[in-house]
Write a protein that binds this ligand. Sequence first.
Ligand code: ZN
Length: 232
Amino acid sequence: MLNTQLNKTSGINGFSNDEIGDNHLFSSLDTPMKADAFKLSDEEKKHQIAQHFTEIMDILGLDLTDDSLKGTPSRVAKMYVEEIFSGLNPKNKPQIALFDNKYQYNQMLVEKNITLQSNCEHHFLPIMGFAHVAYISSGKVIGLSKLNRIVQYYAQRPQVQERLTNQIANELKDILNTEDVAVIIDAKHLCVSSRGVQDTASSTITSYYGGAFSNPEKISELQSYIYNSHKF
Ligand SMILES: [Zn+2]
């Protein structure tokens, strides 16, 4: 039954589920969630994930009585729910306070080299890289660290890089009440480097340029800040 499920032809251009994963296709800009995604408490989720992970390790032939391994299922469960997939739950969304743009600063603000750590939804392997975000104030400004928090929140989900880029951009547009938002992500996918084609050199770049940032001059100004200025 599991096998037929895994090999089922899907709705995305007639590709099989295996092909979808290996080509990193995705079906929706929203993270696909079940209607009852939060019916279980976090405690119950951790409990059940630990049980299932025990089974996976057991099937792989690992000795769960070994001192080094026996805590692994509950560590993985805690890590999934409280850390690397905590951004699935809206209750973990960062609280954002806005401030008046007192200095009347009306040029672009760029927060670059935000550390990005996410996980690929097709293989559950890490995506690691940098996010660069920029906006032009429409009257309000946001605390700089909140830009990092927004990136982090959406990164802490099983992701595809294109969706992550758009989710961060949409959140910034909503909060800052402006279309003038840009997001660039440059990241390595461990599912490309450690398996499959095993390419350790390539990285993937995705971008969102909204409002004023669709002007080529603004794009090259932004890129010059990101790629040309010195490192500290
Ligand atoms: Zn992958």
